[in-house]
Design a protein around this ligand. Structure first.
Ligand code: NAD
Ligand code: MG
Length: 287
């Protein structure tokens, strides 16, 4: 059985940094054996500097893929992701910038093709959130930032990437359990995550005939910098209870989420499209 990670009250500011987290997160199991499920594939992963995205990058590299890691501005975290991917014997290109800018998204895909000559897996994973107790406290600016970062970015990056994707390639979008449970403190965030589920379903139906599969992952609570930078910034004590409301009574470490993306990216999921995986500690959400 996986033991609960003891998380104490703490906070930091957005976009958050791995180095400031206590205890540090764990991204891949030492005994995770790669079996070339993604051999010589090229994956573009947004938010791959830290948290879930770094775990996805490491699992993909161990399965034989090269990685393009997009991130906002956390250069130290991004360099560590690159070091870890290279330690798996794979290449890693880092690109920083704001995914809410369509020009940046087009540029990131162009750099991927210029460096690697192809793109096989797009992981739309970057995201942000800010806690507010009630709708009237959400500024118009916060609403826009959340939508721009979480869902507009997905449209821009996918639009740029789609012309390069071919049969057996895959798109995987990071949603959240919050799309299903609707937490009171994260209204704008939850609305974007619901949009991501619907985006995944419609896009799947658009491209399934080309042999491209589109799926989502909807994690429950995971120990990543996003949480001390948002929940912790709102109230550091909230982190003491982080994940205790799941049936398993704990938050996940990123290494428990990364393998879902390997599954959906590989031919193991050849008959699965338009669906959502739920690594959430046992909460039944039916969707
Ligand atoms: P994280 O902070 O490690 O990763 C999010 C990344 O998004 C950041 O590293 C940052 O570089 C990137 N990002 C933020 N704004 C950006 C922008 N404007 N342009 C480019 N990049 C930007 O946190 P995480 O928890 O690993 O988050 C990854 C995804 O997982 C997010 O979509 C988040 O909503 C989702 N998620 C997280 C949890 C959780 O409990 N941690 C649960 C469910 C879903
Ligand atoms: Mg980060």
């Amino acid at each position: 059985m996986v033991h609960k990670t003891e998380i104490h009250a703490q906070s930091q500011s957005l976009p958050g940094q791995e180095a400031l987290m206590t205890p540090p997160a764990v991204f891949i199991r030492n005994d995770y054996l790669g079996s070339r499920k993604l051999q010589d594939k090229v994956a573009l992963i947004s938010g791959a500097d830290s948290g879930i995205g770094r775990s996805v990058a490491l699992h993909f590299a161990r399965e034989g893929a090269d990685v393009v890691a997009l991130y906002l501005s956390e250069h130290d975290d991004a360099r560590e992701t690159r070091r870890l991917v290279e330690a798996e014997g794979r290449r890693c290109l880092l690109i920083d910038g704001d995914l809410g800018n369509p020009e940046f998204c087009r540029d990131a895909v162009a750099k991927t093709i210029a460096n690697f000559g192809k793109l096989n897996v797009l992981v739309n994973n970057a995201g942000t959130q800010q806690v507010q107790k009630c709708l009237t406290a959400i500024s118009d600016e916060q609403w826009r930032t959340t939508f721009r970062t979480n869902i507009d970015s997905m449209f821009y990056l996918t639009k740029a990437a789609l012309p390069y994707l071919k049969e057996d390639d895959a798109i995987i979008n990071t949603a959240s359990i919050n799309a299903y449970v609707g937490p009171a403190l994260l209204l704008d965030y939850s609305a974007t995550k619901g949009a991501i589920i619907s985006f995944t379903r419609s896009l799947s139906n658009q491209v399934v005939g080309k042999g491209i599969r589109v799926n989502a992952v909807a994690p429950g609570p995971v120990w990543t910098p996003l949480q001390p930078a948002t929940l912790g910034a709102y109230d550091p004590q909230l982190l003491e209870d982080f994940g205790s409301d799941t049936p398993m009574g704990r938050a996940a470490q990123p290494w428990e989420i990364g393998p879902c993306y390997v599954f959906l990216a590989s031919l193991d999921a050849s008959f699965i499209s338009g669906q959502t995986l739920h690594p959430n500690g046992g909460t039944v959400v039916n969707g």
